[in-house]
Design a protein around this ligand. Structure first.
Ligand SMILES: [Zn+2]
Length: 125
């Protein structure tokens, strides 16, 4: 057997939540040439399962499964604003943008609440 006895795998990220993704288990497969560990994660928004290399979780590169992209589009469509405005309003940064009216901001907030949509994510400190 040519089993590599290298670094021990650090399981401390099990059950941790990175953005929308919760780490469920270590996959048997490894990722790319670096043989990075792959972790099966569950999206806390849509329940979808995704395999994500550890470094992408810890760096914040991968913090969602992509399902929220559609959600943000949906908020924009219903509130009749651009997707860019949705992000600004929900991050509280729209007041510095004169193109976003108070009424539009209120619409975005209302629709986002209806759809239970929040664009921000927690980054592990
Ligand atoms: Zn998802």
């Amino acid at each position: 057997m040519t089993q590599k006895t290298g670094r021990k795998i650090d399981f401390s990220i099990l059950n941790e939540v990175f953005g929308d993704l919760k780490v469920l288990r270590l996959c048997d497969e490894r990722y790319g040439a670096s043989r990075a560990t792959l972790w099966e994660c569950q999206c806390l928004i849509c329940g979808g399962l995704h395999r994500v290399p550890r470094f992408n979780l810890e760096s914040g590169n991968t913090s969602s499964c992509g399902c929220r992209k559609g959600a943000s589009r949906e908020v924009a469509r219903r509130a009749k604003v651009s997707e860019n405005v949705v992000g600004k309003v929900l991050r509280g940064k729209w007041r510095s943008d004169h193109r976003v009216s108070e009424a539009a901001a209120e619409r975005v907030k209302r629709v986002a609440a209806e759809l239970n949509y929040q664009p921000w994510y927690r980054v592990r400190s």
